[in-house]
Design a protein around this ligand. Sequence first.
Ligand code: PLP
Length: 408
Amino acid sequence: MEYNSFFETALERLRDERRYRVFADLERIAGRYPHAVWHSPKGERNIVMWCSNDYLGMGQHPKVVGAMVETATRVGTGAGGTRNIAGNNHSLIQLEHELADLHGKEAALVFTSGYVSNQTGIATIAKLIPNCLILSDALNHNSMIEGIRQSGIEYKVFRHNDAAHLEELLKANPNRPTLIVCESLYSMDGDVAPLEKFCDLAEKYGAMTYVDEVHAVGMYGPRGGGIAERDGVMHRVDILEGTLAKAFGCLGGYIAGSAKMVDAVRSYAPGFIFTTALPPAICSAATAAIKHLKSSRWERERHQDRAARVKAILTAAGLPVIASDTHIVPVFVGDPERCKQACDILLEEFNIYIQPINYPTVPKGTERLRITPSPYHDDGLIDALADALVQVWDRLGLPLQAKAAAAE
Ligand code: PLP
């Protein structure tokens, strides 16, 4: 048997479809975000990152780095096993208290990633509710879909962000325990769920809500509690899920909600029980980031200011920015080949790093550049990005919009 030939065939398929992925070999420079070093095939080059999900640059914040180093020096590196085997580490308990407080919930439970939180969290919660029906937004992240699949529970999909369709499905399934599963901020288009309407419907039909705030925690709401906090509905959402890996600059994921729900997930979820806990140093670093962002608004305000400026400058240059109300700046390409070529030229000729976003992350024909400005992208970097993009668009024959129309 030529086992490798199976893998080669699978890879060929991706290459044929122009969606074989290549990742650049990068090294960030603490304190100089968004500048980084690219270990290119021709040697080291300084580049500017425009697509990191370390949205607020907290991964390099002195308080966060300091907390990680201090804890690792004091207690060592690994957690020493699953919590079943090695017990809780104290930093993890402090982190869970911090998270419960962030979301105004009785309790929180930390997992090794946001992905795992959704996959094992949704599966476990749904399985513990007898005769549960899951209602899931059409654009939910793969981790949520995997959680739904793993639960084996009946599910129905409602049209993206469509409260009327959600209500139709709720009406059609009266008196049945129902879990509504959605994201608050969708990271590829940057659009936001109508959480207040969803909460109204959940209350009207006696459903439970599970909201993924992965792309919003730290960045929205007066204390960084996310879109639900910003919209004044955090107390009405039953289960909030988030990551420690994006705006909090570390690693890990969590759910927050009632003490009973959290205890049940802790006791039943395989993705919690059978894997080693997060290292204490990561927990301390995440706690430092959350604490900082609870009281500091500078990062959030500057982040929004930068995102607004990037959108305005790119739009004025005639680039096809997909409209969004959030910090995500998608620029439409609509073709996988040219999307990849655009990113290659940006990196090789302009020292700008943006990862192409192709299928299956977005539907075919909607390939795009996904630009994520941080508080540290200054005006000069934004102007340089716009100039580079216009040249790339010109080179690849991609359409620019009329500048006058774009500026209106
Ligand atoms: N949920 C959403 C909506 C995501 O986009 C992602 C990943 O980017 C995750 C969950 C997984 O989070 P993590 O990166 O912490 O595993």
